[in-house]
Design a protein around this ligand. Structure first.
Ligand code: ADP
Length: 218
């Protein structure tokens, strides 16, 4: 279990497979909390100024092994944790994290990396005050994503060579990720969000869950 924190801020996380609705909801939550007067930092997976450009280049070449993929994302997380997430928590902000350590564990486990190695790599990171887990059928999230853009190589797990068909590969790979998330959800007490619900319904239930977590802040 990761350590609890005693910083004045709060850490709220959204987790789930690609296309499950996390970014949509966390942005709505960000607007809601800002309107309520909270200082908010929205922090996004794979966005550090130092490491994420390297990840983008490496992904284009499609040559990353599962361990290289994992370590690069761990470096990106570690950078954001130290330089962005922790300072905001120390300053009493509400940190909204679009993906957290559980993404690395679920996704890299699905790529065949032993879970204990992954968990120990992220042992330093504090436990969030609240983690939402967006549970959605991979066939549904595939359809949602491909309404606006093409599926990406690593998102579909094409590097694992489960199938040469991107849709089939996405569903096989993301089903494995989802199974890992189900275990993590039980181990870490995630707050379940039914990804089949409407955006409005989901946002309402998230606000209801967030409000008690924010008591005593600001
Ligand atoms: P994620 O951040 O988990 O990858 P997004 O928030 O980007 O997912 O959502 C993926 C796509 O699904 C977007 O086009 C978004 O508009 C759509 N979407 C999100 N939530 C819902 C929902 N509850 N019902 C239908 N479509 C949704």
């Amino acid at each position: 279990m990761n350590p609890e924190h005693s910083y004045p801020g709060r850490l709220i996380v959204v987790e789930g497979i690609d296309g499950s609705g996390k970014s949509t909801q966390i942005e709505l939550l960000q607007n809601y909390l800002r309107l309520k007067g909270y200082g908010v930092l929205l922090n996004v997976w794979n966005s550090s100024p130092e490491i994420s450009p390297i990840i983008r280049k490496a992904k284009k070449k499609q040559t990353l092994t599962p361990y290289a993929f994992s370590l690069l994302h761990a470096a990106d997380f570690s950078y954001r944790y130290t330089h962005e997430i922790l300072p905001a928590l120390k300053a009493g902000k509400v940190v909204l994290s679009d993906r957290y350590i559980y993404t690395a564990v679920a996704r890299d486990c699905a790529r065949g990396i032993p879970k204990d190695w992954l968990v120990s790599n992220f042992r330093f990171a504090i436990r969030p005050d609240l983690t939402f887990f967006f549970r959605v059928d991979p066939a549904v999230s595939y359809d949602r994503i491909t309404q606006t853009r093409e599926i990406k190589y690593y998102e579909a797990g094409m590097d694992m060579e489960f199938s040469t068909n991107p849709r089939e590969s996405y569903i096989l790979f993301q089903s494995k990720v989802l199974a890992e998330y189900e275990v993590l959800a039980k181990e870490n007490g995630f707050h379940l969000i039914d990804g089949a619900h409407s955006m409005d319904e989901t946002q309402k239930s998230m606000r209801k869950a967030v409000n008690p977590v924010l008591s005593g802040i600001g």
